[in-house]
Write a protein that binds this ligand. Structure first.
Ligand code: SAM
Length: 249
């Protein structure tokens, strides 16, 4: 998979050199490049923002540096454009975007090329998103219903969620199967040694060695935890995702 990130703070993306994502890059599973938007500004101050039309507080990111940066990724003036029908996906982090979920992470992990456009200030001139539709599948994406200072933190989160789904990135693929949000529920609580710690004991069932009982206990815990913390997830779950025993809980 190829990933390109455009930002005015490329150093913000340095954590993507660490841990499993860093190793996946070294192993050639991911090709990730970070580009400085200011390299595409035309004046000597490398300006990328200006005052908003209509007035109001803050600055808005100018369209031309974005168009030049995105065109450079499409290989204008050198390498060939992508095959027709194989548009890269342009992900634009924005609190006004669609909320990023595990389902979307799965969907995006099947793409060949993702481009992330990190906004700052009050965001990017809206015309860039319209213009980009000719060359990219444009997806404004929100991390959640709160406001960050810039898109970089959102990109760190999204890249990690997407890249860990690629074959070979997480050592044991089994560990991806039982995670929160994988089947629409939150994960059950987990424990390790010692079995008794500061007066708190690990639930007996987990020490029983009875795999069927352990599976039932964990499923019950998933349902109870999801009902307590995220009842909205249960409401959204199709009945087929629940079995008879779940419904009788
Ligand atoms: N004026 C914008 C609004 O109210 O929708 C917020 C701009 S915010 C201060 C600057 C940048 O941070 C955004 O362009 C976006 O890239 C990023 N950002 C802020 N909150 C975000 C969120 N919840 N999810 C994804 N990106 C976010």
């Amino acid at each position: 998979m190829r990933l390109d990130v455009i930002s005015i703070f490329p150093e913000y993306l340095a954590p993507l050199e660490l841990s499993l994502i860093g190793k996946a890059r070294q192993d050639g599973l991911l090709r990730l490049e970070v580009h400085n938007l200011r390299d595409f500004a035309s004046d000597r101050h490398r300006t990328v923002d200006d005052t908003p039309y209509g007035g109001g507080a803050g600055m808005v990111m100018k369209p031309e540096p974005w168009a030049l940066a995105l065109e450079a990724l499409l290989g204008r003036g050198g390498a060939a454009d992508p095959e027709p029908g194989a548009k890269p996906v342009l992900i634009v982090p924005a609190p006004a975007g669609e909320v990023f979920t595990q389902r979307i992470a799965e969907e995006l992990s099947a793409q060949d090329h993702l481009v992330f456009a990190c906004g700052r200030y009050e965001g990017i001139d809206e015309r860039v998103l319209d213009w980009a539709q000719e060359h990219f599948t444009v997806r404004p994406m929100s991390l959640g219903d709160y406001v960050l200072n810039g898109g970089e933190v959102a990109v760190l989160a999204m890249v990690e969620a997407i890249a860990r789904l690629l074959p070979g990135v997480v050592g044991n693929p089994e560990s991806l199967v039982e995670e929160s949000h994988q089947d629409g529920l939150l994960e059950y609580p987990v424990y390790t040694k010692p079995s008794s710690w500061r007066g708190a004991d690990v639930p007996e069932t987990l020490l029983s060695g009875n795999h069927a009982k352990i599976a039932r206990f964990r499923r019950d815990q998933q349902l109870l935890r999801t009902a307590a913390r995220r009842p909205d997830l249960l409401r959204g779950l199709e009945v087929s995702g629940l079995n008879r025993a779940d419904l009788e809980l």
